[in-house]
Design a protein around this ligand. Structure first.
Ligand SMILES: Cc1cc2nc3c(=O)[nH]c(=O)nc-3n(C[C@H](O)[C@H](O)[C@H](O)COP(=O)(O)OP(=O)(O)OC[C@H]3O[C@@H](n4cnc5c(N)ncnc54)[C@H](O)[C@@H]3O)c2cc1C
Length: 477
């Protein structure tokens, strides 16, 4: 980076507000995806005004800027593929105001999800999306990805809680959009547009989130099956009852084997399980709903049904589910679990057929795919085990992924339920959203005419996704 530009940026954020050290640059070139690219500078602003001044400099000098939360994204959306500045929001982490009587909280973009909920819990409220990365991911990253998690089926995704926000446009203009009212019908909903924009339309600096009350009681039920399709059908049947669970996680046999091998058999040895959570205000509600789950599970051919209110048991099941991704890498020496087609959504009733077709595709391309996820909202995750040094493995993996996404689109689903598009979903996102693409391109052009913010992603990605891989596979680094 040109010293003249470094000096101008130092004048805005101070000496401790940026870095050009090799180790820092290397580190900020990663997120939790399969990609890596080293930026030219990392900037760590403390205020919206500093973000605005940095954007004015970047805009005038035509330097790419990639906003960054905690870097837990799984699709490469925070990887600076065109170099330039990574704008880390980690120092803007304050909870600005909790307005209990108005049902909102104002929070800076760099606040970590779990930190926000620890504060809201003091008032009996919470912000429910519950992503698996809750202890690290930031509110700005969640909004920019429209993240969600296991409670989305009952409570909704991040977007459903965003009332307003402050963001900075590529040219440095500070925009406050939305309201602090529960209802808002005034014109275009800019705050909604920023949800899922993945750092391409503005740097989000502060968000107004709606809060909701936390139910007083909850309980879980682990149900095992001989067949993953039965498990999928059971989820749809529970919802059709009607019973909307607080969460319902599905794991197939590969996920179960991986976790049992890594963690010493916390789960029943079976072809599939679902872990259903019910919540409510009274024990009577919980008993009733656990009864409904057991009744439906029996009708759908469950081989075991284990309800539990025991905190230790529930913590064990939850930890088992959360460890699928890491446990998989231990399943086969020399192989790693990689995020290729890691996240997709299908209509809830299509979960059984989707899972079956993913298994057929895995067999066709001779790859190991574990399927699990927040299946009660139709959101599935497929982690692939492959040897990341082998070009042929990557090629077969991507061919399998493309077919998996074709199945999702054919079933009326989407190539990403919650992890976003970034790089790894970009070609299939473009396929899925073909009829929206010209509008998406026009919106980007209107808000960022010089293409400063997170360039080259989503609708702009071209060609194969096998570039800039973090693994030493010489053909694709
Ligand atoms: C173990 C694990 C489990 C996960 N489980 C889930 C899950 O259950 N549900 C889920 O939805 N996701 C999950 N994820 C993915 C990821 O954690 C989420 O998408 C999360 O919202 C990303 O937040 P982050 O702060 O890490 O953002 P980053 O990864 O840093 O960035 C993500 C995107 O947001 C943009 N961005 C970040 N901050 C801002 C800002 N202030 N302004 C504008 N743009 C910004 C970036 O440019 C990038 O495009 C998981 C990841 C891991 C590693």
């Amino acid at each position: 980076m040109d010293q003249r530009i470094i000096d101008r940026i130092e004048a805005v954020v101070g000496r401790d507000g940026y870095s050009t050290k090799t180790a820092d640059l290397y580190t900020y070139g990663f997120d939790a995806s399969i990609f890596h690219k080293t930026p030219d500078m990392v900037v760590l602003p403390r205020t919206t005004e500093q973000v605005s001044e940095i954007m004015k400099i970047a805009s005038a000098e035509k330097i790419p800027v990639v906003p960054r939360g905690a870097g837990t994204g799984l699709c490469g959306s925070a990887v600076p593929i065109k170099g330039g500045i990574v704008m880390s929001m980690q120092r803007m982490n304050k909870i600005v105001k909790v307005s209990v009587g108005d049902l909102w909280v104002d929070v800076e973009a760099g606040c970590v999800y779990d930190d926000l909920n620890r504060e809201l819990e003091k008032y009996g409220f919470f912000f429910p999306p519950s992503p698996g990365s809750a202890e690290a991911c930031q509110i700005g990253g969640m909004v920019a990805n429209n993240a969600s998690g296991m409670r989305a089926v009952k409570y909704g995704a991040t977007r459903d809680f965003v009332m307003g926000m402050t963001f900075v446009k590529a040219d440095g203009e500070i925009v406050r959009c939305g309201t602090r009212t529960i209802k808002d019908a005034s014109g275009y909903q800019l705050a909604r547009l920023l949800c899922g924009s993945e750092g391409t339309l503005g740097v989000i600096t502060e968000v107004t989130l709606k809060m909701t009350t936390k139910p007083k009681k909850s309980a879980y039920c682990l149900v095992a099956f001989n067949d993953v399709e039965d498990a999928g059908r059971c989820i749809s049947a529970i919802i059709a009852k009607p019973l909307i669970p607080a969460s319902c996680e599905l794991m197939d046999s590969i996920s179960i084997s991986a976790v049992n091998q890594a963690l010493g058999n916390p789960l029943p040895d079976s072809r599939a399980i679902i872990i259903v959570e019910v919540d409510g205000e009274t024990d009577e509600v919980i008993d009733r709903d656990l009864g409904v789950v057991a009744e439906v599970a029996e009708e759908q051919g469950a081989i075991s049904i284990t309800p539990s209110r025991d905190k230790k048991q529930i913590a064990l099941w939850t930890a088992a589910r959360k460890s699928v991704m890491t446990s998989l890498s231990a399943l086969k020496p020399g192989f790693s679990s990689v995020s290729l087609a890691d996240d997709m959504g299908v209509p809830i009733s299509k979960v059984p057929v989707a899972v079956k077709r993913f298994q057929d595709i895995a067999a066709k391309y001779k790859v190991t795919i574990a399927t699990y996820g927040h299946a009660s909202d139709g959101n599935l995750h497929t982690k692939m085990l492959l040897n990341p040094l082998d070009k042929d493995e990557w090629d077969r993996g991507v061919a399998a992924v493309n077919e998996i996404f074709d199945v999702c689109i054919e079933l009326g689903g989407t190539v990403t339920g919650e992890h976003g598009v970034g790089i790894s979903k970009a070609p299939n996102f473009q396929k899925e959203r073909a009829s929206e693409l010209s509008s998406i391109v026009a919106i980007k052009k209107a808000m960022d005419p010089d293409n400063i913010l997170n360039p080259g992603k989503l609708q702009e990605w071209e060609g194969s996704i096998l570039k800039n891989l973090r693994y030493p596979c010489k053909e694709y680094m």
